[in-house]
Write a protein that binds this ligand. Structure first.
Ligand code: PLP
Length: 384
């Protein structure tokens, strides 16, 4: 299907064609480990399920089309995808730059896994492009960023950092999980690779784990397929199917997430018990102008500070519509406490260094009736 077709048309049709054998409108799930061959080397393009699977092929075609990349490869989780990229694009003695605020599992992986293999990592605040420029070294292979970041909602100017990285011969990888391809297109802005935890908005229903790397060159297509085969951390056919089903409604879900997100951010902003509200759609967000420039919507991820962990807990345990739990991007409102959940691995010092406090609460505003979400937040705040 042509690149020119609209976002939802691509989401609903690319890789989602009716099954040619039966006409089934929903794509079939192929839960097979292997494929029958007619004679040695004669098969229908599929040999062994770690290497490829028809349900997976469909999802990879779909996600490449949504991000505007030339290939996509899906993995068992967002972290498996991240690890797969690093495995193929860095080696002992190399240096990489990583945003100082990214999902806590990424620095945990660099510091406790890749450090053992001689990979050096510099953590920099990539919201200031000059910091990236200054951190580049001769052996810098890639720059890894998240925008907006988890959980501080900081933005990085993708086009500016892409230019700096490219001039140096380093790749730019953007974790686009928070914005989704509906609101942000890093490849159009110059990124080399886009990564997602498909566990979040792409799946959208909190019922499957996965990750994807969308590439832009034949080298990405070749190397990322190779790492699927060589190390095998692939997404299962059933979870591929769940994401194929989820992305069909991505546009309408994101529109509603955005409407609800803006209303919740405004409500939180007006509360005396809340110290700070971090949301790129608020006019006082330091990068509001950049958000308007590089994003088509602000989404539904908001972080706010209740002043202490005790206050956060008093608030969280009263909630009834909003669910306290790790993760985000589902149709239901999820609230988390980054200091003890997603960013626990950073340690108190690491969190203090980036300004992540114990009183911070991160909300992934769902698509329930917003009045019910607001009423729940209000009664939660009454307990603080
Ligand atoms: C922005 C972001 N990137 C990556 C990940 C890791 O993804 P997964 O949990 O699917 O491994 C997460 C998980 O919370 C995330 O929020």
């Amino acid at each position: 299907m042509s690149e020119k077709k609209g976002f939802s048309t691509r989401a609903i049709h690319v890789g989602q064609e009716p099954d040619p054998v039966t006409g089934s409108v929903a794509p079939p799930i192929h839960p097979t480990s292997t494929y029958a061959q007619e004679e040695i080397g004669k098969h229908k393009g599929y040999e062994y399920a770690r290497v490829s699977n028809p349900t997976r092929t469909r999802l990879e075609q779909n996600l490449a089309a949504l991000e505007g990349g030339s290939s996509a490869h899906v993995f068992a989780s967002g972290m498996a995808a991240t690890n797969a990229y690093v495995s193929m694009y860095a080696k002992a003695g190399d240096h990489v730059i990583c945003g100082s605020n990214v999902y806590g599992g990424v620095p945990r992986m660099f510091n406790t896994v890749w450090a053992n293999f001689g990979l050096e990592v510099s953590y920099v605040d990539t919201s200031v492009t000059e910091n990236v420029q200054k951190a580049l070294r001769k052996n810098t292979r890639f720059v890894w960023i998240e925008t907006p970041t988890n959980p501080l909602m900081q933005l990085t100017d993708i086009a500016a950092v892409a230019k700096v990285a490219r001039a140096h011969g380093a790749q730019l990888v953007v974790d686009n999980t928070f914005a989704s391809p509906y609101f942000q297109k890093p490849i159009e802005l110059g990124a080399d690779v886009v990564m997602h935890s498909t566990t979040k908005f792409l799946n959208g229903h909190s019922d499957g784990l996965g990750g994807v790397l969308v590439g832009t060159t034949p080298d990405h297509a070749e190397k990322l397929a190779y790492i699927q085969k060589a190390t095998g951390a692939i997404m299962s056919p059933f979870e591929c199917w769940l994401v194929l089903r989820g992305v069909k409604t991505l546009a309408v879900r994101m529109e509603q997430h955005d409407v609800n997100g803006r209303k919740v951010a405004e409500f939180l902003k007006g509360q005396k018990k809340i110290k700070t509200v971090l949301y790129p759609g608020l006019k006082d967000h330091p990068q509001y102008e950049l958000a308007k420039k590089q994003m088509k919507g602000f989404g539904s991820m908001i972080t706010f500070d209740l002043g202490s962990q005790d206050n956060a807990n008093k608030f969280l345990r009263r909630l009834k519509v909003c669910t306290l739990g790790e993760s985000l991007g589902g149709v239901e409102t999820l609230i988390s406490h980054p200091a003890t959940m997603t960013h626990a691995a950073l340690g108190a010092e690491g969190r203090a260094a980036i300004g992540l406090t114990d009183g911070m609460v991160r909300i992934s505003v769902g698509i329930e009736d917003v009045e019910d979400i607001l009423a729940d937040l209000e009664q939660g705040l009454a307990g603080v």
